[in-house]
Structures are given as structure tokens and as C-alpha cells.
Design a binder for this molecule. Structure first.
Ligand code: GLN
Length: 545
């Protein structure tokens, strides 16, 4: 029988519920328990796949092709375990299931209502992974903030689950904010008291309270929170701001979050935490010996969450190389032939980001050209790979209008074209090429050197692809298809001959990078950037001599 931990949030959004949930999961996992995390989001989209990154940050894709909330990325990066479709559920998906059942006649004669039909479906999904028999503990993060109208059915489902299960099988951890008022030089507990009261009015009483704070909580404050929120002082956990999200599990360990949770769940005989790999990663992260500047060329760069997995993959790869990776955001809309040298000359590598639509595409092509001509390490992901193909078509093969039909349906050189299976698709939701696909890698290629393997599997999220009609032109001119999906005959990796590191991938390697397994492509790219920066340094040293 699995046990359940629900993580709710109060006072404000963006408190880092996902990181707290992932940190708690990491600690429980480090003590030998089988843990997974799921997220329930109250919005009505069936999944976040149709959301603009400005709305909700990056869309994270699982092996089984689910388009999910970016918090699932944190879960995988912390636990080093894959998640699936079942790990992210929205109000939209719940209603879709209930309405489909109603149409099929499953509730014939009955009025279909929020309680019990919607709440029953929420409960069924909340317990799905628990019933699989694969886990000891299921942590469920509830999206949104307590008091939101739309999260009420979820809180009601938690209330019912808590009522149905034995007391020791289900607990609630509530994350709140303790604001610091500069003028009064004081931390304030009142918003937390209100938030807990609101949750209690909805029928759920938290067992543990985690307090986000910029300043340490003293004993008096802890007692006050405990007294007014009706928990024991040991169940008030301080969550101070950390330098890195990866330090949070250790902070939670110091605070005893895992121990109080295990006590409440009456789990005995757990092991001491085994965090050797985690600690060695943190050690390397804190003591970099080198530094590289990587340009992130994208159109959502003003919103860090839009490229979350890419940024985290660089943190993992940087630590592996004992190298601080400084990300320099370059807005692709602001790049032009006139300013490209000025904007990119001090960088050690360029990553051209994924994306959709025409905005910022010209700047991305300009950046690829700069990296190709200046032998600067280049890494293109999804749209970034497509941009590399277009740039090469235009500037090396001489097809000045080479383009993707996504941006120019009338081009005479559609070097990137819609996949055959996509042509008949009308609906936008969940219809891209999604999830894990195998890829065969050519021996003696850069990709082979990087992966040290001829067979890989990576996650996808796209509709367009390399147009095979142009394959021989590209290969003859030196842009090599070094990775292919042989079943669907799709080019997955392109790389440039006669360049120290120029690689574009149609898939999203960033989604599979974890603390314990940094992705080889990111590791290789950071290494190449280091070599580039060092050779530049020695060239300029020679000049000064
Ligand atoms: N817009 C491109 C496509 O659909 C690239 C998608 C992406 O970068 N994820 O093929």
C-alpha cells in the first residue's frame, strides 16, 4: 500500500512548491523508499502543450509523449527517474474524462456534478500511481494557491482521501511565505495563519508547514506559527532562500522535513540518507575551475522559465566539467547582420533554442552563420537544428530562399517541411511528434564520439522535419546527417564537417539531463566551449607578446 503526501501552497504563487516536493522526494528516495511525484493543475487546458511559454514557462515532455508542466522536469532531474502521462493531470483532463463518460451513458439517469463526479475522477487519478504497486510514497503537488476558486475540487478530493485512508497513510504539507517587512525589521506570520485557516475552512488541515523566508525563523516565531496553525513546533520547517535549487534537499534534511514526514506516516526502519552523488555534484558546482560564456539565442529569453530544462542541463554539464557556465541571453529578434559580430564576439559557444513561428527566426539564422564561419561551438535544438539546415541551404548551397514551410509556405527550397503524418492533422492539442523515439548514430561522427553509442532514444516535440529530398545536396556539401530514425526515415542529427563542434538535433536532449546523469551533448558542448575559449585566450596572449 502506497502512502500519500499532498503539497499545497498558500499566500502567493511562485513559492517553489515543485522544488520543495522534489526535495522531499529526493530525501525519501535517499533513505531507500520508492517515491514518485505528480502534479495536479487547476487550469482548464487539457495539458500545457497549447500554452505560450510566456503563460506557463516551458512545456516538459515525457518519454510516453505527455506535454506537461515544467515542474515534472524538476521531479526527473532530482529523482533521476522518468515520469509519465499519469504524473500530470489538469482540470481540463478531469472534465474531459467525465464529459466523455456522460456522453457514453455511464451516468445514465444521474445529474453529473462537481461533487461527487469530478472529485471522484480527481481521486481516482490521484491514487492511480499508488495503486500500481510500484511505489511506497506518492507525492502530489497541487498547482495554484489555496483559496483559488478553481482549486476547490482538488482540495475537496484531498479532504476525502484523508478521511478515507488511515491517518498514517496520508498527510498534507503546506508551503507558505513568511514576508520580511523592512520598515518593521520583522518577519510576519499572519499571512501564514490566514492561509492555514483558509485551507482548514476547506476541510484540510496541514500536518507540516514549510515556511519560505529570506531570514531565519527563530524559536519564538516557530512556536507562534505552530500554536496558531495547530501543529507541533517540530512540524514547522524553515525554507530559507538557497543559492541553487539543488541545495534545497540538504537544507530540508538539516531542518528534518523528511524525518517529520516519516514520523507522521509512521514509517520506521528507514535507512540513513545516501546522498554521495548529490553531494559530489554540489561540491563540483561550488568549486568551478573554469568559466565559459554561452549565448542562448531565443525569443523568450526575458522569461527564464521558458528555457528551464536547457538552463538546468547547463548546470549539470557545467558541474561535470568543473566549469561555470555563464548564460548570456541574446534576444533573436534583436540580432541582425549589422550587430551580430558585436553581440556574439565575446562568447565561447552558441545554443540556438527551440521555438515555434516566425518571430526571431532571422536572428537565429544570423547566429548560426556566425558560429559556422567563426568555428565557434554551435548547438541547435529542434527549431535551432532547423535553423542550421536553413542557414546552410542559403549561404553554402546558395538557395537564397531556403526556408521551413512553417514560416514560408511558398519557398522554392522547402529544406524543412511538414512531416507526412502531420499533413492531415487539424487539431493543435497533443498532435505533434511527441515523446521518445530511437535514433541510430553513424560511426565516426561527432554524435558518436559524444554518445559513445550507435543507438539512442531521445524525446521529441515538433511537426516539421529535415526534407529528405535535399539529403544528398547537404551531405555532399558537408552537413552530415549523423543520426536517423530508420523506421520513419527522419533525420535526427546534423553536424558539420570541418568544424570543431557544430551539431543540431531535432529532439530535446535537455529533457533527459539529470543531476546524476548530465546529458552527454551538453557535457560535450561545454567542453568544446572551454577549448574554444582557451584557444582564443592563447591566441590573444600570443598577440600581446
Ligand atoms: N516549430 C518547429 C516544429 O514544429 C520546432 C519545434 C521546436 O523547436 N520544439 O517543427
Amino acid at each position: 500500500m502506497a502512502k500519500y503526501i499532498f503539497v499545497t501552497g498558500g499566500v502567493t504563487s511562485s513559492l517553489g512548491k515543485g522544488i520543495i516536493a522534489a526535495s522531499l522526494a529526493k530525501l525519501l528516495q535517499s533513505r531507500g523508499l520508492k517515491v514518485t511525484i505528480q502534479k495536479f493543475d487547476p487550469y482548464i487546458n487539457v495539458d500545457p502543450g497549447t500554452l505560450n511559454p510566456y503563460e506557463h514557462g516551458e512545456c516538459y515532455v515525457t518519454d510516453d509523449g505527455a506535454e506537461t508542466d515544467l515542474d515534472l522536469g524538476h521531479y526527473e532531474r532530482f529523482l533521476n527517474l522518468p515520469t509519465s502521462q499519469a504524473n500530470n493531470v489538469t482540470t481540463g483532463r478531469i472534465y474531459q474524462t467525465v464529459i466523455n463518460k456522460e456522453r457514453e451513458g455511464d451516468y445514465l439517469g444521474k445529474t453529473v456534478q462537481v461533487v461527487p463526479h469530478i472529485t471522484d475522477e480527481i481521486k481516482r487519478r490521484m491514487m492511480l500511481l499508488g495503486n500500481s504497486g510500484n511505489f511506497d510514497i506518492i507525492i502530489t503537488e497541487l498547482g495554484g494557491t489555496v483559496g483559488d476558486i478553481e482549486s476547490l475540487p482538488f482540495v475537496e478530493a484531498v479532504r476525502q482521501i484523508q478521511w478515507e485512508l488511515p491517518e498514517e497513510d496520508c498527510i498534507v504539507v503546506h508551503l507558505t511565505l513568511i514576508p520580511y517587512l523592512k520598515a518593521a525589521k520583522e518577519l510576519k506570520t499572519k499571512p501564514t495563519q490566514h492561509s492555514v485557516r483558509l485551507l482548514s475552512q476547506e476541510g484540510v488541515h496541514p500536518n507540516v508547514i514549510v515556511c519560505r523566508t529570506e531570514k531565519p525563523l527563530n524559536q519564538e516565531l516557530r512556536r507562534k506559527i505552530a500554536l496558531f496553525c495547530n501543529v507541533k513546533p517540530e512540524a514547522v520547517i524553515e525554507a530559507m532562500d538557497a543559492n541553487s535549487i539543488y541545495e534545497v534537499p540538504l537544507k530540508m534534511l538539516q531542518e528534518g522535513l523528511d524525518v517529520i514526514v516519516l514520523k507522521k506516516l509512521r514509517i520506521n526502519g528507514y535507512a540513513a540518507p545516501e546522498l554521495t552523488k548529490w553531494n559530489s555534484f554540489l561540491q563540483k558546482l561550488a568549486t568551478p575551475k573554469h568559466k565559459v560564456n554561452i549565448g542562448l539565442i531565443g525569443k523568450y529569453v526575458e522569461l527564464q522559465d521558458a528555457y528551464k530544462s536547457i538552463l538546468e542541463a547547463f548546470v549539470h554539464a557545467g558541474a561535470g566539467n568543473q566549469c561555470k557556465v555563464q548564460i548570456v541571453n541574446v534576444h533573436s529578434e534583436h540580432l541582425s547582420p549589422k550587430n551580430v559580430h558585436e553581440k556574439l564576439k565575446d562568447l565561447d559557444g552558441l545554443l540556438v533554442a527551440p521555438g515555434f513561428g516566425a518571430r526571431g527566426v532571422d536572428g537565429k539564422i544570423e547566429a548560426v552563420k556566425y558560429a559556422r564561419e567563426n568555428k565557434m561551438p554551435f548547438f541547435g535544438i529542434c527549431l535551432g537544428m532547423q535553423m542550421a539546415v536553413i542557414e546552410f541551404g542559403r549561404n553554402v548551397l546558395g538557395w537564397s530562399d531556403a526556408h521551413s514551410t512553417e514560416m514560408d509556405s511558398a519557398t522554392t527550397h522547402p529544406v524543412i517541411a511538414l512531416m507526412e503524418e502531420q499533413k492531415k492533422i487539424k487539431n493543435k492539442g497533443g498532435t505533434m511528434r511527441l515523446g521518445a523515439y530511437d535514433c541510430d548514430i553513424e560511426k565516426e561522427s561527432l554524435a558518436h564520439q559524444i554518445y559513445d553509442n550507435t543507438q539512442i532514444s531521445e524525446r521529441h516535440r515538433h511537426r516539421w522535419e529535415f526534407n529528405n529530398n535535399y539529403l544528398s545536396d547537404y551531405t555532399n556539401a558537408g552537413l552530415i546527417p549523423s543520426g536517423k530514425n530508420t523506421i520513419k526515415n527522419l533525420v535526427e542529427i546534423v553536424e558539420l564537417k570541418d568544424h570543431p563542434f557544430f551539431i543540431g538535433v531535432q529532439y530535446h536532449p535537455e529533457l533527459k539531463s539529470t543531476v546524476e546523469n548530465p546529458h552527454p551533448l551538453f557535457v560535450g558542448f561545454v567542453k568544446a566551449a572551454r577549448a574554444f575559449s582557451e584557444s582564443n585566450k592563447s591566441a590573444s596572449d600570443k598577440q600581446t607578446v
